[in-house]
Design a protein around this ligand. Sequence first.
Ligand SMILES: Nc1nc2c(ncn2[C@@H]2O[C@H](COP(=O)(O)OP(=O)(O)OP(=O)(O)O)[C@@H](O)[C@H]2O)c(=O)[nH]1
Ligand SMILES: [Mg+2]
Length: 309
Amino acid sequence: MRSAHNITTNDTGFKSGYASLIGKPNVGKSTLLNRLVREKLAAMSRRPQTTRNRITGVCHLKGGQIILMDTPGIHQGARKLNEEMVKTSLSTYGDVDLILFMIDARQGCGEDDAFVLESLKQSRTPKILVINKIDLIPKARILELTSEINARETFVETVPISALKEDGLDLLEQVILKHLPEGPRYFPEDMITDAPEEFLIMEIIREKIFKLTAMEIPYSVAVVVDGLREGKRGMLVIDATIFVEKASQKKIVIGGGGKLLKKIGTWSREEIERRFGNKVFLNLYVKVKERWRDNVRDLKEFGYKHGFH
Ligand SMILES: Nc1nc2c(ncn2[C@@H]2O[C@H](COP(=O)(O)OP(=O)(O)OP(=O)(O)O)[C@@H](O)[C@H]2O)c(=O)[nH]1
Ligand SMILES: [Mg+2]
């Protein structure tokens, strides 16, 4: 992976390396990635299993560079999609210099976290314990959690943070840097991700669907950006398809009189325009692909087969 990047400088004392964000769903991994990179790369939502891919974000600091990998929340789901999501997360263990194991302070370290901890035991990569959402708990609880979880696994450090309120993030950056080796600037300073534009657009649209729909719908949806082209007056024209598993879901996503689809489209377009600094024309289509979450070929096509981006 590293050799694929252009190495621009190699100042002595400069620290750099890879760190992956690992944890059960919904603990705030994507929120932290986006905060540290200062740009929204990964979809965030109050629902679990929002992230489905490995997403790289580069954090440029004085004296170092942290290459963070957001990953899907590790969980036990029934479908092939769930399996692929978990494989994606586990596969980062061997690729990184550091693992950031994140828990939700309010929930503590429960059964689902224990399942993640178990998977971490197989890895020799140094681990940092990140206790997130400390804005929701009394201070004394942080100490309890710190000793409780450190008794279960060896961590080189423990850092309590609130990703949402941006509390403790400077300290976390410094702690990560401390445990990274000296190394080159893998990414140029104006680059914060290696994800292609199509991926970032897909993630924006999917996030809106996660936020605007309920029940099984967010989980039944995949988004594919079919094409990007330059239209009149420098406008960016995007064609994207929303795939659902059933005709009844298609009806819901479109909504009465096309109302919901319009809302998804407008909200996505506004965010894409802000993100890319370009006027956007977004064409959204909705199609049914039955049982795509259990179909290996569909998973590959949608970018969810482990090893595909
Ligand atoms: N109160 C509080 N909420 C937070 C904090 N960090 C994240 N959240 C919320 O937690 C929810 C989940 O955040 P995500 O960043 O999507 O969580 P995730 O770990 O990436 O979840 P998956 O992608 O499903 O694994 C969202 O509603 C966030 O706003 C925090 O520090 N404090
Ligand atoms: Mg996430």
